[in-house]
Design a protein. Structure first.
Length: 400
């Protein structure tokens, strides 16, 4: 096998081998599969870049963004420049022309070493975030307080979340967990991010934040309202309560208000319609802008900065709901309900909200789930909603 430097290609390796080589070399890697696709892609980055603010998308080199919930907080926005890329369809590694030849050589050498499936330790955070699992009583108390604040007209909606820690099964495997997610959730954006000093995250999210594809078509969605999937596995018999309809309407109006701030009128809107995400159903409205017809070259970055954190993961208005979350949620969300995805890849830029995810620690996984609280909310039903959402990642762990 030749050295993969200066844009050369190396073929014949599996995702498991590429992932193991990156982690053993303590090199940052992001692995993903877009919804309704079969191709799995990976990006290996020798020197992750961190910023305190959301970076601009359009001038960025190809790579992968991994960003936190709080835009200007303790956790940094991380960009993984694509020094090496991988495709499962071709089993081919491609090296960026400006990648360090020495680093590439070390990585390809690690790929050739026969480790006989030897286990490896994935990155865990240098300073682990607070993870006090909220019990049912505490969560309901916070939800009840939120309802009172909303009824007093201090805010319209707030999204309260919680974390829950599960022991990792003895047979747990990082790449097998990723493969299980791909099989279980074909409609979701599946991701695996492992960054030394930051940690390791797995997710299967249904929610696009900002997308600009090869055809220069901009997309975002308003996704809210949750109920368990109907017994027949279809959306034909879905019945939505006024609470969920209004919650989704708030998110929809929030997207439209962002367009209005940018004075953008040329968009299409389809929905709301019922969509399936794993064992759940949501209401979703799709928004599109054809950038070949609308002269707005920075729309991706501008909308990203306006949208995040969206009312689907934070609340409305943004400032009081964010303050309520920080004051009453009781833990550090870190990268949960932030956003992640490929930037300026061959398929374009596709950023998703980091929902239905888990963070891997040494011997346990931290799972996350949230629920939108409005003036009509029942704390009991919101608790049940988080229980249902935790099952997305819980099912992956229980399958080992």
């Amino acid at each position: 096998m030749g050295q993969a430097a200066g844009g050369e290609n190396v073929k014949g390796h599996t995702l498991a081998q590429v992932l193991a080589a990156a982690i053993r070399q303590q090199t940052a890697i992001a692995v993903w599969r877009l919804p309704l696709q079969t191709e799995v892609q990976a990006c290996i980055s020798f020197a992750p870049q961190t910023t305190s603010a959301i970076p601009a998308l359009e001038p960025s080199p190809a790579g992968f963004l991994f960003c936190p919930f709080v835009t200007e907080g303790a956790h940094k926005h991380i960009f993984l420049k694509a020094d090496i890329t991988y495709s499962s369809l071709t089993k081919q590694l491609r090296t960026a022309p400006d990648a360090s030849a020495a680093q590439v050589s070390l990585f390809t050498e690690a790929l050739t070493q026969d480790e006989n499936g030897k286990p490896y330790t994935w990155p865990i955070p240098a300073n682990p975030a607070r993870h006090s699992d909220r019990n049912e009583e505490n969560f309901k108390a916070a939800a009840s307080l939120a309802v009172d604040v909303i009824r007093a007209e201090a805010m319209e909606k707030v999204v309260l979340s919680r974390s829950s820690t599960f022991p990792l099964p003895d047979a747990f495997s990082l790449h097998k967990a990723f493969e299980k997610m791909c099989l279980a959730y074909p409609n979701a954006f599946i991701s695996l991010v492992a960054i030394p000093g930051i940690g390791t995250w797995l997710g299967a999210t249904p929610e696009i934040l900002v997308s600009v594809d090869q055809q220069q078509l901009f997309k975002t969605v308003a996704l809210a309202g949750t109920q368990p999937l109907c017994e027949d596995g279809s959306t034909a018999n879905a019945i939505w309560r006024q609470k969920e309809i209004e919650e989704q309407g708030m998110v929809e109006r929030y997207v439209l208000s962002c367009f209005k701030k940018l004075r953008l009128r040329e968009y299409t809107e389809v929905g709301p319609r019922t969509v399936i995400a794993g064992n759940l159903m949501h209401l979703r409205t799709d928004f599109k802008v054809d950038l070949k017809e609308v002269d707005f070259p920075t729309l991706g970055t501008d909308m990203l900065r306006l949208l995040h954190p969206t009312s689907a993961v934070c609340g409305l208005p943004k400032e009081p709901s964010l303050r309520f979350i920080l004051d009453h949620e009781g833990y550090d969300r870190s990268y949960y309900s932030g956003f992640l995805g490929p930037v300026n890849s061959e398929a374009g830029t596709h950023l998703y909200v980091n929902l239905r995810c888990m963070q891997l620690l040494q011997h346990e996984a931290v799972l996350y789930a949230g629920a939108g609280i409005t003036g009509d909310s029942s704390p009991e039903k919101e608790w049940q909603e988080t229980q249902h959402k935790l099952q997305t990642m819980g099912k992956i762990l229980s399958d080992f």
